[in-house]
Write a protein that binds this ligand. Structure first.
Ligand code: 5GP
Ligand code: ZN
Length: 138
């Protein structure tokens, strides 16, 4: 299924041009227009799923395989020093395009945005952690 007003449906279908790094029956991987680092790319399924919760399970598994393939090549070719996979769900989590996508973000020593994914850890004791585990697993 696709959604007519969705920009990633159009990009994935090739109706809007993109710098495509990889394509198969299920996915198109493109360079991000506003990259956080050199090579920042997006794994976009050709079918429309708004987010991880809607994503088909088989497609979910394959998305990671595609990210591995493209990310590995990218690190090699661009001589990156590391790589982040990032995937936002919901506005509060930073999602701005509501068609599932996974970011591939190569990382480089001494590059800008060095702290893009840093956070201040919450202070939680063992009891609080165990309580959370119980909530999530019951
Ligand atoms: P989100 O914040 O939803 O996780 O990520 C959306 C990403 O899509 C952003 O990094 C943004 O730069 C990128 N983006 C938005 N519109 C376009 C577009 O038309 N073309 C490309 N190549 N990237 C886009
Ligand atoms: Zn879409």
């Amino acid at each position: 299924m696709r959604q007519d007003d969705c920009i990633f449906c159009k990009i994935a279908a090739g109706e809007i041009p993109s710098n495509t790094l990889y394509e198969d029956d299920l996915f198109r991987v493109i360079l991000d227009l506003n990259p956080a680092s050199k090579g920042h790319a997006l794994v976009i399924p050709k079918e429309h799923y708004a987010n991880l919760f809607e994503l088909d399970e088989q497609v979910a598994g394959k998305a990671l395989q595609v990210a591995k393939k493209v990310g590995t090549k990218m690190v090699d070719v661009l001589k990156a020093d590391g790589l982040n996979l990032l995937q936002n769900n919901g506005e509060l989590a930073g999602q701005t395009v509501f068609h599932f996508h996974m970011h591939i973000i190569p990382r480089y020593k001494n590059a800008p945005n060095a702290d893009m994914l840093r956070y201040t850890p919450l202070k939680m004791n063992a009891e609080e952690l165990a309580e959370l585990k119980d909530m999530i697993t019951k």
